[in-house]
Design a binder for this molecule. Structure first.
Ligand code: M6R
Length: 610
C-alpha cells in the first residue's frame, strides 16, 4: 500500500527520495509527495500531487525544491479522503514546523481531530494522518523527540511514520506500530523506508524496527527507543537479496520475470527442504510429538495465499488425516474461533504484513493455539507473531499479481503435508519416496511449460475481448480455478469467476453463450471424465473453451476451442503445473488490453489496512 522513504546525509535528498518512491511503486498508490529541509533554511518545502510519481517528477522539474540533505517522501493509496493534492502526504502542522508522512490508519483520528479543533487547530485534508503533526505541535516545546514520544502515546491503530521538524535540520524521526518500517544504515547517511527495495541500491545494512519502536536518525547516528522511551540496542541485519532481484532484467514486466523465476524458486526450495527422501522443515518449531497431538488445523490467509491454503486442506487431509478448515482471514477474525492448544493455525502470506491475516493470528494465539507462518518476507510482522516460520524464500515479488509466491506456498504445503503424513504414520515411507521423486521433477516441468509461452500468448489474443470468463476445476484443481480467475480479473479487469465444476449446473451455466469463455482445468485424474462432461455441456451452449490438459491427451481437442498442455505428473501435483499456464494466460490477455500489469488499478501489493 502506501510507501515511505526518508533520508538524512550529505547527498541531495530529493533525487534519492524520488528514486526510493519509484522502487516502491509496485505497492500501489494514487498520489505522492515529498518534503525537504535545507540546512541553511528554517522552512520545510514540500511538493505533492495526485497521480503517478512521474507527475511529481514533472512538477519538481518545473518547480525545483531547494537543495537539502534531509527529507521524507510518500506514495499514498487513498483510504480516508480521495486521491487529491490536499490529501496527499506529507502533512504539516498548523505552524508548518512539523511534517509527517504516514502508512497505516489512525483509528482514533476523529476523536483527536475534534479535540485539536477545539484548541484551534485547522485541518486542510480529510486524512486521518493530519492529526499526527497537529498532535506533535500541541506537545512541542522545543524538544522534537519528547513531543513525538508524547504524541505517539495517544495514537491508536497502525502506523509507520517519518517526521521532520524545521528546528532540527539534522534530524529525521521514524516510528512504527503495526505497519512495516526499516532504517537503512549508510556511511555518513541514513535512510528510512517502508520496504527494503526502496533503499537496496544504497545500502544492505538494515534495522527492522519493531512495533512500538521509534528511531532518531542523524547523518552519522541512529538511536532506537521503545514505547517507554528507553534506548534499545541496535540490531543491524544484512539484506540477503540482490539489487538485480528487484529489477526487471530485460523482461517487459515484473510479473513475467517472476513467472519465469518459478523453476528456480521451487528448485531451491526442494534442494534445501528435502534431504534424501526426508522433508526437512527448519523453522517449524514444533516437535514430532507436538505435531502428533494436533487434532485440528485452521489455515488463514487472503487472496492468492488463501487459494494456496485451500489446496493445503486437500493435501493435509489426504496425507495425514487431520481435519483442516480454511478461511479468509478477514472472515475468520470476526467469528467465534474454535481453537485451543491442540489446534495448529497455519497463516499463509507472501508479505507477512496483511492486516487481516495478522489480526486472525493474534486472536488465535490469545486462545492458546500454535501458529505456524508460511511466509516469504524475512522479518515481517507475521513472522514475529508466529510460533514457527516456514520461509518460502521466493525472493522479492514486485508484481502486484502473486505468481512465484503462490507456487512457493503450494510447494511448502506439499512438504508440510508430507511431513504430517510421516509423523502421523498415514503415509508409508514408500509413498513418501515416490511422491518426493515426482515433486523433484516440478522445476523441469515448469521449464517445459514456459517453452510454450508463445503459444499461450497466441491463444490469449482473441480472448482479450471476451466479456466474462468462468474458470472450472474439480477436487484439487478447484483452488486452481479460483486462482486462475483472480489472476485474470486483477490484471485485465475482465470479470472472471472460479467455480468447482460440479457447481456449474447450479447457476453459472446460465452465463454461457458464444460471447463467454470457460477455462477448464482438466488434467488426467480420477475425475477427468466428469470434467469432459462439463466441457460437453459448455460446448452445447456455444461457450468457448480453453482446456488445460495433460500432454498426450489428444482426445480433449474434440471438446475444446484451444488446449494448453502441461507435462504428465502425479495427479496431486497438477495444481502446481496448472498455475503457470493460468498465470501466462492472464498476463497475455492483460498485455493485449494494454493494462498496467504490474500495478493494476486500485490494488496494492500488501494490504496493510483492513
Ligand atoms: O501478502 P499476502 O500474501 O498476505 O497477500 C494476500 C493477498 O493480498 C494477495 O495474494 C493478493 O490477492 C494478490 N494480489 C493476488 O495476486
Amino acid at each position: 500500500m502506501c510507501g515511505i522513504t526518508g533520508y538524512v546525509g550529505l547527498r541531495s535528498a530529493a533525487p534519492l527520495l524520488i528514486a526510493g518512491l519509484e522502487k516502491l511503486e509496485y505497492r500501489g498508490y494514487d498520489s505522492s509527495g515529498i518534503g525537504v529541509l535545507p540546512a541553511d533554511h528554517s522552512k520545510i518545502e514540500i511538493a505533492k500531487t495526485p497521480g503517478k510519481i512521474k507527475v511529481l517528477k514533472d512538477l519538481l522539474a518545473a518547480n525545483p525544491l531547494p537543495q537539502a540533505n534531509l527529507g521524507i517522501s510518500h506514495s499514498r493509496w487513498a483510504t480516508h479522503g480521495a486521491p487529491t493534492k490536499s490529501n496527499a502526504h506529507p502533512h504539516f502542522d498548523g505552524s508548518q514546523k512539523i511534517l509527517v508522512v504516514h502508512n497505516g490508519i489512525i483509528e482514533n483520528y476523529e476523536e483527536l481531530k475534534v479535540r485539536l479543533q477545539q484548541k484551534g487547530h485547522k485541518f486542510l485534508s480529510q486524512t486521518d494522518t493530519e492529526v499526527v503533526p497537529h498532535l506533535i505541535e500541541e506537545y512541542y516545546r522545543g524538544d522534537f523527540l519528547a513531543a513525538v514520544q508524547k504524541a505517539l502515546k495517544e495514537l491508536k491503530g497502525s502506523f509507520a511514520l517519518g517526521i521532520l521538524c524545521s528546528d532540527y535540520p539534522d534530524t529525521l524521526i521514524a516510528a512504527r506500530l503495526g505497519s512495516p518500517l526499516i532504517v537503512g544504515i549508510g556511511k555518513n547517511e541514513n535512510f528510512i523506508a517502508s520496504d527494503v527495495p526502496a533503499i537496496l541500491d544504497q545500502t544492505k545494512k538494515v534495522v527492522y524496527l519493531k512495533d512500538g519502536e521509534l528511531a532518531v536518525l542523524k547523518k552519522d547516528s541512529v538511536a532506537v527507543y521503545d514505547l517507554a522511551g528507553k534506548k534499545v540496542p541496535l540490531k543491524v541485519d544484512t539484506v540477503k537479496f540482490s539489487v538485480e532481484s528487484v529489477q526487471k532484467q530485460g523482461f517487459a514486466h515484473f510479473m513475467l520475470k517472476e513467472i519465469h523465476e518459478q523453476p528456480d524458486v521451487v528448485g531451491h526450495m526442494l534442494k534445501s527442504r528435502v534431504c534424501g527422501d526426508n522433508v526437512v522443515l527448519d523453522g517449524l518449531s514444533l516437535s514430532d510429538r507436538q505435531l502428533k497431538k494436533t487434532l485440528r488445523i485452521f489455515i488463514v490467509a487472503c487472496g492468492t495465499a488463501y487459494h494456496a491454503g485451500l489446496l493445503g486442506k486437500y493435501l493435509i487431509e489426504k496425507f495425514a488425516h487431520i481435519p483442516v478448515g480454511v478461511e479468509a482471514a478477514s472472515e475468520f477474525r470476526y467469528r467465534e474461533q474454535l481453537v485451543d492448544k491442540n489446534t495448529l493455525v497455519i497463516a499463509i502470506s507472501q508479505s507477512g504484513e496483511t492486516a487481516d491475516t495478522l489480526a486472525a493470528v493474534k486472536e488465535c494465539r490469545n486462545k492458546g493455539a500454535k501458529v505456524l507462518a508460511v511466509c516469504n518476507v524475512v522479518g515481517s510482522s507475521l513472522t514475529r507473531e508466529s510460533d514457527g516460520v516456514l520461509y518460502t524464500h521466493a525472493g522479492p515479488e514486485i508484481g502486484v499479481a502473486s505468481t512465484k509466491a503462490y507456487t512457493a506456498q503450494l510447494t511448502m504445503l506439499y512438504l508440510l503435508a508430507l511431513k504430517l503424513g510421516d509423523v502421523t504414520g498415514i503415509l508409508s515411507k514408500g509413498e513418501q519416496k515416490s511422491f518426493i521423486s515426482e515433486l523433484k521433477r516440478i522445476p523441469e516441468h515448469f521449464r517445459e511449460i514456459l517453452k510454450s509461452k508463445a503459444l499461450i500468448a497466441k491463444i490469449a489474443k482473441p480472448y482479450a475481448h471476451v466479456g466474462c470468463f468462468l474458470f472450472l476445476g474439480r477436487n484439487i484443481n478447484y483452488p486452481s480455478a479460483l486462482e486462475g480467475a483472480l489472476k485474470l480479473k486483477e490484471i485485465s479487469y475482465i470479470p472472471a469467476e472460479g467455480y468447482a465444476a460440479g457447481e456449474m449446473k447450479h447457476g453459472p451455466i446460465a452465463l454461457i453463450d458464444e460471447y463467454r469463455a470457460v477455462v477448464c482445468i482438466a488434467p488426467q485424474s480420477e475425475i477427468y471424465e466428469k470434467m469432459i462432461s462439463n466441457m460437453q455441456e459448455i460446448r452445447a451452449r456455444k461457450g468457448k473453451i480453453i482446456a488445460i490438459a495433460t500432454e498426450g491427451d489428444e482426445g480433449i481437442v474434440a471438446h475444446a476451442t484451444n488446449v494448453i498442455y502441461i507435462p504428465k505428473t502425479h495427479e496431486l501435483l497438477t495444481p502446481l503445473l496448472a498455475a503457470l499456464p493460468l498465470q501466462l494466460l492472464a498476463y497475455y490477455v492483460a498485455v493485449q488490453l494494454k493494462c498496467d500489469v504490474d500495478q493494476p488499478r486500485n490494488l496494492a501489493k500488501s494490504v496493510t489496512v483492513e
